[in-house]
Design a protein around this ligand. Structure first.
Ligand SMILES: [Zn+2]
Length: 248
């Protein structure tokens, strides 16, 4: 398995101690960022794994599975991809976030992450429904639940252009009591839907068993596998889950 994207310029990071000085990530989620800067290469290798410059050049600072510090609680979930974008100079979002060159070179990069490393080609961007760790696929930084919130993202239209679909897939139906929820998901997997439900119905500081029953019932009603919900919930809050279910 190749740990360096073949299309990248390699520029080893600034810190001594080897690429895996802080370990390896779980390789579950690819976090999508923009830099809010003009030349951010000096940050790479410590704060993120890959930078895509305005001119489309892809720069890799360390092996794709090396631990970096791009997203707080989410650092260990997988690589961070930074798109160079400085709003005062480049123009307002979302149109100006990515140049055509960045879109063109992100295509092979994202497909490589999918085919070589198994990240599902799904993109989650829903700042009003931020989620916890456990999601598998690509996700915008502004959709992560962190102590320190961030606001960088790319649009669903840009995602669709990157991975080469001309028309975005319709968002899957997610049962919700909040009809005004702006959530949009393309290419969602069942597990993504279950995770979203789990995030919505799990009181993360309360008993798990009741919420799990709610998630499983809703999964069943929407044709998802209720047993899979168990695994998602266990993944989402392992300590509470183990505690409650060990007690029986
Ligand atoms: Zn970010």
């Amino acid at each position: 398995m190749r740990l360096w994207f073949p299309g990248a310029t390699r520029q080893p990071g600034p810190l001594p101690g080897g690429y895996w000085r802080a370990g390896r990530t779980r390789m579950r989620a690819v976090k999508i960022h923009y830099t809010v800067g003009i030349d951010s290469a000096y940050l790479g290798g410590r704060y993120f794994q890959i930078l895509v410059r305005r001119n489309g050049e892809v720069v890799a600072f360390c092996p794709i599975d090396a631990y970096c510090w791009d997203s707080g609680e989410w650092n260990g979930e997988g690589p961070g991809i930074e798109f160079e974008y400085y709003p005062p100079k480049d123009g307002p979002p979302p149109e100006s976030i990515l140049t055509p060159e960045q879109i063109a070179s992100a295509g092979p990069l994202f497909r490589w992450l999918h085919f070589e490393h198994g990240f599902p080609l799904s993109y989650y961007d829903a700042p009003a429904s931020r989620i916890n760790r456990g999601y598998r696929g690509f996700i915008s930084h502004r959709s992560l639940i962190q102590k320190v919130m961030h606001h960088d993202w790319i649009s669903h239209a840009q995602w669709a252009r990157i991975i080469g679909i001309t028309k975005p897939a319709p968002a899957p139906t997610v049962p919700t009591d909040e009809e005004d929820d702006p959530m949009l998901i393309t290419f969602a997997t069942n597990n993504t839907q279950l995770l979203i439900m789990a995030n919505r119905y799990m009181p993360l500081d309360g008993p798990v068993a009741y919420s799990l029953a709610v998630v499983q019932k809703r999964a069943y009603m929407t044709g998802l596998n209720p047993l899979a919900a168990l695994a998602v919930v266990r993944d989402l809050c392992p300590e509470q889950f183990n505690e409650e279910f060990r007690r029986g």
